[in-house]
Design a protein around this ligand. Structure first.
Ligand code: MOS
Length: 695
């Protein structure tokens, strides 16, 4: 076998790029089986109460309307693994936007007309949707998202804080945020005569979708095929199936025909999850030389009345900086709101906004450079657990970033740079994201013609999963990347975990690596040629991923931002942004850069424009489309760069990689906010930094 140079780390172009830009890549809503009908969910128009009656006669009389499903006639589900999937099972309305009916028609337009013709009456109860710092319903949960304990305390934090010579005591707030992937959630479902269910679903993991549907419909997993071939973004909102998946399967069973549901953008906000709002109280105590002696970070957040999801925003504070005392805690209240869920770097994104803003305030109070303050408090071991870090590149990212950005050219005094009516400033903030990994399986096949084929139910949510997995396989097999075909995106392939927690490539990649290693061994041990039907090896990483690592494993990073703030309009313009990341070995420099920049861009939105406003009377968020929920456009992102330091970490996986999908957003908003403070002298503690808040 000839030695090819390793393709790992090279900028291999993503395999499906051409298919995507020419429109030949098919997404979940672009699969139309013969006889397919279209479903339109009908959202509740009250914030809390019960459905009294659904008058469907007028809707059913419309041409092309086939059925109206309600809690009276919809198929009964077993108890689903996620309560948000228990739709049309009873008359309860837990929040505005909860699906209370589904209209099924020949065409999407017919279904929409049918939905508009439904007359639904409700019994309305009073609702409570507003998160406040002193809400009487606040309680301390046992665990928070990710399975972390809600409260951790080391030493006497109160005492250390009050006796510290330098103190920061501040409350930050991040409002609710919504994921809004470019491709709204969609499902096409059909039942075969033998009872087999097939769904094309816009999802971050179709093994998860298959298993969840099996639970809800009381089927064996082998009776379901879930396909997620191409996915137009998810950011966590497609990590688990959403109501349209279950509704499409229910409607297909009810009508005996395939049914497709593509959620309208305006329905997404209520049913696909959101980043829960957080009110964050931080107290930092330090010696005069900047050494931290007290870190106290408390989160107040909400969940819905149907499930407990607690945004784990204080968790990153447990690992960031050394301090002799530390307290991190979460409190939550169940409100009549849509269920919150994962949104890119849940926990880290809002939590690090607060912590990294507070660190900037501390640097100002000390009269110390904020890069230096962070490096001074860089711990040798993970403060919370006492474990050694498998690798920790924070200081290196800060140093490299400061050099590349020209950080030390700044005059540290606030409001010291003017350019006509503009005030200019720079800011820095750190980033972190944990290393997650889950068991996966994969198969590797050597064909008689010398080509290879990898099969694994990975999902490409825009990251380039096919491409990087082919690189991993080609590296092991010492063959050109183009000689490896990758099949992903169907539950008929070997089981694999979802694309979430920035763990996809590491999890899938390890099983691909293992299958290819075993295949190569077989090929080398053979004496004759590869048989006509080839050789196949299947492997899984149950054993390798079981148990906890003895090491604390996290990716780190540093963001640098320069802003121009208009002194008369309050408008903030980002001039440039630079991120440096330490995330193990970078496996594909092109797609990795794209993910870092994507995360940073989402952080710019979080800092400047994205906001979901709860209307306490109406009982829901008022922004539910891209005209009112402002994600950054190209003009908002003038100059943005992502770099990394090479990190060799033998304690991760055979590729030596950490996840990269989420860390780009972490800390980005703090860097922008700190730059605004430097430009103007105004310290805002609530996002987004809209012009009205600056004037
Ligand atoms: Mo990501 S928010 O873990 O899908």
């Amino acid at each position: 076998m000839s030695q090819a140079p390793s393709p790992l780390g090279t900028p291999v172009v993503r395999r499906e790029g051409r298919d995507k830009v020419t429109g030949t890549a098919r997404y979940a809503a672009e699969h139309t089986p013969p006889g397919c009908l279209y479903g339109r969910p009908v959202p509740a128009t009250i914030a809390r109460g019960r459905v009294d009656a659904v008058h469907a006669d007028e809707a059913l009389a419309l041409p092309g309307v086939h059925a109206v499903l309600t809690h009276h006639n919809a198929p009964r589900l077993k108890e689903p693994d996620d309560p948000i999937l228990a739709v049309l099972q009873n008359d309860r309305v837990p929040h505005r936007g909860w699906p209370v009916a589904l209209v099924v028609a020949d065409t999407p337009e017919g279904a929409r007309a049918g939905a508009e013709a439904l007359r639904i009456t409700y019994e309305t109860d009073g609702h409570d949707v507003l998160l406040t710092e002193d809400h009487p319903g606040l309680y301390t949960p046992e665990i928070v998202n990710g399975g972390y304990p809600a409260v951790r305390e080391r030493g006497d934090t109160d005492r250390a804080f009050v006796t510290a010579p330098v103190q920061v005591d501040a409350t930050y707030s991040v409002g609710a945020l919504h994921n809004h992937p470019m491709e709204p959630h969609a499902t096409t479902a059909r039942w075969d005569d033998d009872g087999h269910l097939t769904v094309h679903d816009s999802s971050q993991g179709s093994t998860t979708v298959r298993d969840s549907l099996a639970t809800a419909f009381g089927l064996r997993p082998q009776q379901i095929t879930a396909v997620s071939e191409h996915v137009g973004g998810g950011f966590g909102s497609k990590g688990t199936p959403r109501p349209q998946t279950v509704l499409a399967a229910m409607a297909a069973r009810h009508t005996g025909r395939p049914v497709k549901i593509a959620l309208p953008r305006r329905q997404l906000a209520a049913v696909v999850g959101h980043r829960a709002p957080t009110i964050q109280h931080i107290r930092l105590g330090a010696e005069l030389d900047g050494t931290l002696t007290a870190i106290d970070h408390e989160i107040i957040t909400h969940t819905s009345t149907i499930k407990e999801f607690v945004e784990q925003a204080a968790v990153p504070t447990r690992i960031m900086y050394g301090s002799t005392t530390s307290r991190t805690a979460h409190r939550v209240v169940a409100l009549d709101v849509p269920s919150p869920s994962w949104m890119r770097a849940p926990g880290e994104a809002p939590g690090m906004y607060a912590l990294e803003s507070a660190m900037d305030e501390l640097a100002s109070a000390l009269g110390m450079d904020p890069v230096e303050l962070r490096i001074r408090n860089d711990p040798a071991i993970e403060p919370d657990s006492g474990r050694a870090f498998s690798s920790r590149g924070l200081a290196a990212c800060l140093e490299k970033g400061a050099a590349r950005f020209g950080w030390y050219d700044r005059d540290p005094r606030p409001a010291s740079r003017e350019e006509g009516p503009l005030l200019l400033g720079t800011g820095v903030a750190a980033a972190t994201y944990p290393v997650y990994i889950a068991a996966s399986s994969a198969s590797a096949h050597a064909a008689a013609d010398g080509s290879y084929r990898i099969r694994v139910n990975a999902t490409d949510i825009g990251t380039g999963a096919r491409t990087v997995l082919a690189q991993i396989a080609a590296d092991v097999l010492a063959t050109p990347v183009d000689n490896v075909r990758t099949d992903i995106g169907s539950s008929e392939l070997p089981d694999a975990p979802l694309a979430g927690g920035s763990s996809g490539t590491a999890s899938w990649g390890w099983s691909v690596h293992k299958a290819c290693t075993l295949l190569l061994r077989q090929l080398r041990e053979r004496t004759g040629p590869v048989p006509a039907d080839g050789l196949t090896v299947t492997a899984d990483t149950q054993q390798e991923t079981a148990g906890q690592s003895p090491y604390a494993r996290h990716a780190f990073g540093a963001h640098f931002a320069e802003v121009a703030v208009h002194s008369r309009t309050g408008e903030v313009r980002l001039r440039r942004m630079l991120g440096v990341f330490a995330a193990g070995r970078i496996l594909n420099s092109r797609t990795a850069r794209s993910q870092f920049i994507g995360g940073m861009t989402m952080g710019i939105g979080m800092a400047l424009t994205e906001s979901s406003t709860m209307d306490p009377v109406f009982g829901d968020y008022t922004e539910n489309d891209l005209a009112s929920y402002h994600v950054p456009a190209c003009a908002d992102v003038q100059e943005i760069e992502a770099h990394w330091i090479d990190e060799e970490d033998p304690h991760l996986n055979p590729m030596g990689s950490k996840g990269i999908g989420e860390i780009g957003i972490v800390g980005a908003a703090a860097a922008v906010g700190n730059a605004v403070r430097h430009a103007t002298g105004i310290r805002l503690r609530s996002l987004p930094l809209t012009p009205d808040t600056l004037l």
